[in-house]
Ligand binder design. Structure first.
Ligand code: 26Q
Length: 803
């Protein structure tokens, strides 16, 4: 299509006129963005086709990553970089008087996810393509992604997100590959040749229409596929109330559930899950059938991975296809299914474990329910044989108990691999949360510590640091992130450290400009940028952070001789719309920010900023500018965390608890290059088990704590005195379930140490460089290689050039 700048410009101008029907002069930014996007998508299309042909002819095993969320963010710049045409395009456009950054602004984030789990899926797609691995994503094309957050009067307000308003240039609708997904109705049992067969009749079907998005790898011709399903009314269905049917159908892919912990048990959510699963499984089998004759060998050629339990109906759905459509016997179908499916767990929080009441499940999915029931019966029988008489154990492990279907149990029983997402998380699964299953199937359990794609979170988001790294060690780290280790050769190179300092400064200047634009607040770019960005949750303890800021405020006010290294505390967080407590914390952060930022006495030392609508594209501006990374969850609660890795890779130092992947970061950088505080997971779990914690005592004995807790209810930060009563109650009346007060003193100490360490610029820069150089281990390339080797058993297929 184009192989140099001149050709690029020519094609671009020609396309612009053709697609927009406007002259170059008349065209808007959006016209230009859309022209460029379409051009790039077409640019990859021949490699896309060739990749699929190659996968088919090589007969290599392919993996499908099923996820209810894919938090992609913007794709234009990411694709340009992976295709290696970023510079040509940038220069070409620039000669036409167009700034590529301006065009990128027009692109909407594809926010088809809540947070960590959805972003992990997006990072995995990138790594799969970059490693030339035959792996594809299957998800839902939500019409509205995660809500847009506005802050009004310090309160979070939600607006519907509208990413499809101007179309999505990266997708290709493939209506001819649509699949009919049945709901409701009943199951007819027939006897045929001495065998029972089942037919789902009187169903209301919904048409699943695939939209394919190409996933391009870096410096390779591999283009994998992300297939997103959209729900449409079926053309085959006769319905008595067609308008109602249309509304209810489209609702299935209308919006993403904005909750990332609470299992709500809403029927629409279950519909979404089966919709994704049924369409995906049947399109996988359809493709397999075109290529192979023997369905018995499915697991040799296909792996299906389920991202948490949300797509766990893949297990009974695959059973249904094998039993009812392929006419296999139960034993054989079960063997193939368990060998095909693998499962990742992302949480141990009890409130996040999915359970579906039978009264919702059975009528909506009658045939699937029958199969789950059969799986449960057979499983319980097996348990009975192994643990005769142990009723309690069997009841606790059953897939169906107390009129509920337990999705995690189904996932463990129906798959050959169960993995956690960080070492400590996997250990907790094995020793505690899933211990009885671990005893039964020790061989299934394994760890795969999360990772992030360094191509988005360093190469794309931090071009200045990327340039510095490339000047130092070349560019092969982009394909082999472990090579970042070579940066350690520059630890004692003052010129290099100086440049590292300059890079951070420039990134801070950029973020400061964004802060000014969004909030009107002036921040001091020589201050420490101390940042906590993630979903808002009690266990993530944004409260600990803001209480510490209140403490610092009090300290400065009461003692005029107190000094500290100036700090800018930055927050970004969305709260689930129904999570009242989390919303109060947002309000508290904003109230404290107001008071602090308007008090001339403390203004030179602390600033507090809440950036609204935290999302992937904003994150890309934030991580490069961070000095301090706040990873302060109650130990044992954060399965892994991935923001911690993004900060590290951009040279921020972690203030963190011994939780999730923080522990592995600490092991990687050593105790001197990270700031650890607080209870250990063991201690937390011990408190939960044996009691012994009284938050009131910490309140009573520590004046610093007493003051800040009292300030929640005495109108100090907010005129309305009872505004933060529920926060105060959570700390005192409810005995502080997340150990905020327990860890408070230790947090103050470690934060003080941070301030002191930062003063020694040279030492700080060394620590920062060391964090960057050891961050290669947390690339999702490493993670995906481990999944490929240990779980999926897949190999690279495609290398450049594709012929
Ligand atoms: C479940 C049922 C009903 C409605 C919603 C949900 C739901 C949706 C999303 C439950 C959980 C999620 C998302 C969880 C998540 O993002 N977990 C995070 O996963 C990251 C990637 O492994 C980890 O790094 C984080 O530690 C973990 O919190």
């Amino acid at each position: 299509m184009f192989s140099n700048k001149t050709e690029f410009k020519e094609v671009f101008l020609q396309r612009l006129e053709m697609t927009c029907g406007k002259s170059f002069k008349e065209s808007s930014k959006r016209d230009r963005y859309q022209t460029l996007g379409n051009m790039i998508r077409e640019y990859v299309s021949s490699n896309w086709i060739k990749t699929n042909e190659k996968y088919r002819s090589a007969k290599e095993k392919q993996v499908y990553y099923l996820s209810i969320e894919f938090l992609l963010g913007k794709l234009l710049r990411h694709n340009l970089l992976n295709l290696g045409v970023d510079q040509v395009v940038q220069e070409g456009l620039s000669e036409l008087g167009i700034n590529l950054d301006d065009l990128e602004e027009v692109e909407a984030d594809a926010a088809l996810g809540n947070g960590g789990l959805g972003r992990l899926a997006a990072c995995f797609l990138d790594s799969l393509a970059c490693l030339n691995l035959p792996g594809h994503g299957c998800g839902i094309r939500y019409k509205h992604g995660l809500f847009e957050q506005k802050i009004v009067d310090g309160y979070q307000v939600e607006l519907p997100e509208q990413w499809l308003r101007n179309g999505h240039v990266w997708e290709v609708r493939k209506a001819d590959l649509s699949i009919e997904v049945p709901f409701w109705g009943k199951v007819e049992t027939l006897e045929k040749d001495g065998r029972l067969t089942f037919r789902h009749v009187d169903a209301e079907t919904i048409t699943a229409v695939p939209y394919d998005v190409p996933v391009v790898g870096y410096n390779t011709d591999t283009v994998n596929t992300l297939r997103l399903w959209s729900a449409e009314p079926s053309p085959y269905l006769v319905h008595k109330d067609i308008m109602k049917y249309k509304r209810e159908t489209e609702a299935v892919s209308d919006f993403l559930y904005p909750d990332d912990t609470h299992d709500e048990g809403k029927i629409l959510r279950l519909k979404q899950q089966y919709f994704l699963v049924s369409a995906s499984i049947r399109s996988i089998i359809r493709a397999y059938r075109k290529q192979f004759n023997r369905i018995e060998d499915l697991h040799e050629h296909v792996g299906i991975h389920i991202n948490d339990t949300h797509p766990v109906l893949a297990i009974p759905e695959l059973m249904r296809v094998l039993l009812d459509e392929e006419n296999l016997g139960w034993e054989e179908a079960w063997h193939i299914t368990t060998q095909t499916i693998s499962y990742t767990n992302h949480t141990t929080l009890a409130e996040a474990l999915e359970k579906w009441p039978i009264r919702i499940f059975q009528p909506l999915l009658p045939r699937i329910y029958m199969i789950v029931n059969e799986i449960n019966e057979r499983f319980c029988q097996q348990l009975w044989q192994k643990y005769p008489g142990e009723w309690n154990r069997i009841e606790n492990m059953a897939i169906i108990a107390h009129d509920q279907v337990k999705m995690a149990h189904l996932a463990i029983v129906g798959s050959h691999s169960v993995n956690g997402v960080a070492e400590i998380h996997t250990e907790i699964l094995k020793k505690r949360e899933m211990n009885s299953f671990y005893q039964l199937y020790p061989e299934k359990f394994n760890n795969k510590t999360n990772g992030i794609t360094h191509r988005r979170w360093l190469l794309k988001s931090n071009p200045k640091l990327t340039n510095l790294i490339c000047e130092g060690i070349g560019d092969s780290w982009i394909s082999k992130p472990d090579q970042l280790l070579e940066l350690e050769g520059y630890q004692d190179d003052p010129a290099f450290l100086d440049q590292l300092f300059m890079v951070k400064q420039e990134n801070k200047i950029k973020l400061a400009a964004r802060i000014k634009e969004q909030t009107g607040i002036n921040v001091d770019i020589t201050s420490i940028f101390d940042i906590q960005v993630k979903r808002l949750h009690a266990y993530k303890r944004q409260l600990l952070n803001i209480l510490h800021i209140m403490y610092l405020y009090n300290r400065i006010k009461e003692d005029s001789s107190f000094t500290m290294y100036p700090r800018t505390f930055i927050f970004g967080a969305k709260a689930s719309p129904g999570y009242y407590y989390a919303k109060k914390i947002i309000k508290l952060i904003n109230s404290v920010a107001d008071k602090v930022n308007n008090d001339p006495v403390v203004r030179g030392q602390i600033r507090v900023v809440f950036l609204e609508n935290y999302r992937v594209s904003l994150a890309e501006e934030i991580f490069p500018a961070a000095d301090v990374s706040e990873q302060i969850s109650t130990a044992s609660k954060e399965a892994s965390g991935t923001g911690n890795m993004k900060f590290m890779m951009n040279g921020a130092l972690t203030v963190g608890t011994l939780d999730g992947a923080n522990i592995e970061i600490k092991e990687m950088v050593g105790d001197d290059n990270i700031f650890i505080f607080g209870l250990t997971a063991e201690e937390v779990l011990d408190y939960y088990q044996n009691g012994g914690y009284r938050s009131f005592e910490y309140y009573h004995h520590d004046k610093r704590i007493r003051t800040v807790v009292d300030q929640l209810t005495n109108g100090f930060f907010e005129d309305v005195e009872d505004e933060f009563e529920m926060i105060s109650d959570s700390l005192i009346m409810e005995n502080d379930q997340y150990f905020v007060l327990r860890d408070f003193a230790s947090y103050i100490d470690v934060q003080k140490e941070v301030g002191l360490k930062y003063k020694d610029q040279n030492q700080w820069l060394k620590m920062s460089l060391l964090n960057i150089s050891r961050s290669g281990h947390f690339s999702s390339d490493r993670t995906i290689q481990q999944y490929a080797d240990d779980i999926w058993n897949i190999r690279p297929v495609n290398k450049r050039p594709l012929t």
